[in-house]
Structures are given as C-alpha cells and as structure tokens.
Design a protein around this ligand. Structure first.
Ligand SMILES: [Zn+2]
Length: 118
C-alpha cells in the first residue's frame, strides 16, 4: 500500500514549513515549524480522524482562495476588454471611445496588480 502524504502549505502567518508532529498515532497533528524564528501565531491543527483531514484543514486558506478567484475574474475581464478594444480599433472607433476603453483596461489592470502584490 503506497499512500501519498498530502503536500502541506507553509504557515500562513510566518511562511515557515509545516511540521508533522503526529501522523496516525496517537493522533494527527500539524503545526508551524517556526523555522524562521518565533511564529506570531504558532498555529496547530489536530485531532482529526485521518491525516488527510488534518492536512486539508491545515492547507485551507479561504481568503487566499477568494483572492485567487477574484484575480481570475479580473484576468477574464481584461481579456474581454482587450478583445473588444481590438475589434473596435479595427472598426475605426472615435478617439473618445478608445480613451474610455483604455481607462477601463487600466482600472482592471491596476486592481489585478494590486491584488497580486498582496
Ligand atoms: Zn508560523
């Protein structure tokens, strides 16, 4: 039987590696290894029936997942605006409209860059 150990994310508070304190016996406990010095939060996840459940909880990052979903929506919006801008340019649009489209592009791009810097 070859069960794969799930990949563990780094600590969300100090970016240290995760440390497996116990696997299967006597329990399942994952904590911050504090490899970068003392962690400000020292998170510990444990007391789950299986190591996989414990790892899933350790790896859950709901705010990061929301941010990634928002970035995906912004990339889609940017791609859409780019494709429409290209189409409008080929039709010979007025400079005023082109200016407004560029403003929309810049707004989306700035939001995306801001989010990616977080
Ligand atoms: Zn930590």
């Amino acid at each position: 039987m070859s069960e794969q150990t799930p990949k563990l994310s780094n600590c969300p508070f100090c970016n240290s590696k995760a440390e497996i304190l116990y696997k299967d016996a006597p329990s399942n406990i994952i904590q911050c290894s504090q490899e970068h010095g003392r962690c400000p939060v020292e998170p510990v996840v444990g007391n789950y029936d299986t190591f996989e459940q414990c790892a899933e909880i350790w790896n859950s990052r709901p705010i990061e997942a929301q941010l990634q979903a928002e970035n995906a929506r912004l990339r889609d919006a940017l791609e859409y605006v780019d494709s429409k801008a290209y189409m409008l340019q080929s039709m010979g649009i007025e400079p005023r409209v082109e200016y407004e489209v560029e403003k929309i592009r810049r707004t989306i791009k700035t939001s995306l860059q801001h989010n990616e810097a977080l």
